[in-house]
Design a protein around this ligand. Structure first.
Ligand SMILES: N[C@@H](CCC(=O)N[C@@H](CS)C(=O)NCC(=O)O)C(=O)O
Ligand SMILES: [Fe+2]
Length: 360
C-alpha cells in the first residue's frame, strides 16, 4: 500500500511530500529546518529514506537534501538542468525513480527555473509539479531563469497532458490549499486554463509585481550545493543537527524528545526525575522511580522554581502522556534539557526496572 503524506513548512509555505512503499521512502522537496520532523515521521512509519528529490533549485528556503543524506543515508537527486552540484543522481526527462515497488517518472517542466521537473507517479494518479503549476496559479518567472513562454508550454504539453483525474500537488500554496487536479486546472486556472493563449499568459506574468523572496540570496547558492552549508561538513553549521547530547534521546513526530527506560536507568544519577502524577498515584500500586520528585501536572507551572536549571529533567507519569505535556510546560518555563520517559511507569515496570513503593 502506498504511503503518502503532505507536510508543510509554515515559514516558506512549502510542501514536502513523503511517498513510501514496501519499507522504502522518498521525500520530494524537504526543507532544511524540518529535517528533524521529517526524520521522526519516517522512523515512526518504519520506512527507510532512499532518496530526496528536488523539483528545482528553490529561491525561498534551503533544501534538507544534504542534511537528510548525512542523517539517514538518502541519495540526493536533482535535475541535471538545475546546475546544482553535490547530488548523487542528476535527473533528465523520462528518468524513473523507484521506491519499494513503485516508480516516479520525471517530466521536464522548465519556466520557473531551467531545471524544474514534475514527478508523476507510475499510475498517473498524482503528480508533483513544483513551482511550475500552482493551485489556480503558477510559479513566478521573474528571477532565476524564469521564462513565461517555457512555463506555458510545460503546463500545456506536460502537465495538462496527464489524465483529467490526476491529482496535482504543488511545492507551495500561499492560501492553505493542498491539492488540485488536471481537469480543474485546465478549466479554472486563471492564468493557464481554458482558451488562454501564450501571449495572454506572458502578459499576465510580466505584471505579477511580487516582492523577491526574503531568502533569495541565501537559498539559491545553498540549494546549488544541494543544501550543504557553506563551511563544509561542520555539524555546528546546521541547527537541526544540534541534538541534545546529555542522554540518548529520540525526537518524536509529535514534537517531544523521548528517553527509553534503559536510557533513563543509565543516566538517572545525572538527571532530575520529575513525576507529574497525582500524590495518590505516586504512592500507589505502580510505585515511583527512586529519587523522583513529585509535582502533579496541574501544579507544575506554579512550582517550576523547585527545579534546577543545572541538571536535565526527565518527566514521568503513568503512561507517558501527561509527562509529554510537562515537557511543554518546562520548555515554556525556560528549561532546555528536557525529555519524556516513553511509556511512563507502565513501560518502566514492564521492562523490569526497579521502583520504590508500589505492589507486585
Ligand atoms: N514572500 C515569499 C515569496 C515567495 C515566492 O516568490 N515564491 C515563488 C516560488 S519560489 C513563487 O513562484 N511564488 C508565486 C506566487 O507567490 O504567486 C518569500 O519571501 O519567500
Ligand atoms: Fe521556487
Amino acid at each position: 500500500m502506498l504511503i503518502f503524506r503532505q507536510l508543510f513548512d509554515p515559514q516558506s509555505s512549502t510542501y514536502t511530500y513523503l511517498l513510501g512503499d514496501n519499507g522504502a521512502a522518498v521525500l520530494i522537496d524537504p526543507v532544511f529546518e524540518q529535517v528533524r520532523r521529517d526524520a521522526a515521521l519516517i522512523g515512526e512509519l518504519g520506512l527507510k529514506l532512499t532518496a530526496t528529490l528536488e523539483t528545482h533549485v528553490h529561491a525561498d528556503h534551503v533544501t534538507g537534501a544534504w542534511l537528510l543524506k548525512r542523517r539517514l543515508g538518502s541519495r540526493v537527486m536533482v535535475a541535471k538542468a538545475s546546475g546544482a552540484e553535490g547530488a548523487d543522481r542528476y535527473l533528465v526527462a523520462d528518468d524513473v525513480v523507484a521506491f519499494g515497488g513503485r516508480r516516479l517518472l520525471v517530466r521536464a517542466t522548465p519556466g520557473h527555473t531551467n531545471g524544474c521537473v514534475t514527478y508523476v507517479l507510475d499510475d498517473s494518479s498524482m503528480a508533483f509539479t513544483g513551482d511550475c503549476l500552482l493551485i489556480r496559479g503558477s510559479g513566478r518567472t521573474d528571477f532565476q531563469e524564469g521564462d513565461a513562454g517555457a512555463m506555458f508550454r510545460s503546463v500545456r504539453e506536460q502537465i495538462f497532458a496527464l489524465p483529467d483525474s490526476c491529482l496535482l500537488y504543488p511545492a507551495h500554496d500561499y492560501r492553505g490549499l493542498t491539492a488540485t487536479s488536471v481537469a480543474e486546472e485546465r478549466r479554472y486556472n486563471p492564468r493557464l486554463g481554458g482558451d488562454i493563449g501564450i501571449g495572454d499568459f506572458t502578459g499576465y506574468m510580466k505584471n505579477l509585481r511580487l516582492a523577491h523572496p526574503k531568502l533569495l540570496d541565501v537559498a539559491v547558492p545553498a540549494n546549488l550545493r544541494c543544501g550543504r552549508p557553506e563551511g563544509g561538513e561542520d555539524p555546528g553549521a546546521d541547527p537541526p543537527n544540534l541534538d541534545p547530547q546529555w542522554a540518548p534521546l529520540r525526537y518524536s513526530f509529535a514534537g517531544v524528545w523521548e528517553i527509553d527506560p534503559h536510557g533513563l536507568e543509565e543516566f538517572a544519577p545525572r538527571v532530575q526525575i520529575l513525576d507529574v502524577r497525582e500524590a495518590d498515584e505516586f504512592t500507589g500500586p505502580l510505585g515511583h522511580i527512586e529519587g523522583a520528585r513529585l509535582i502533579p501536572l496541574g501544579e507544575l507551572a506554579e512550582r517550576l522554581g523547585e527545579l534546577s536549571k543545572e541538571k536535565p529533567i526527565v518527566a514521568v507519569c503513568r503512561a507517558g502522556s501527561r509527562s509529554a505535556q510537562a515537557t511543554v510546560i518546562l520548555q515554556q518555563g525556560g528549561f532546555s534539557d528536557i525529555a519524556n520517559l516513553n511509556g511512563g511507569m507502565l513501560r518502566w515496570r514492564a521492562e523490569g526496572y526497579p521502583v520504590e513503593g508500589g505492589s507486585g
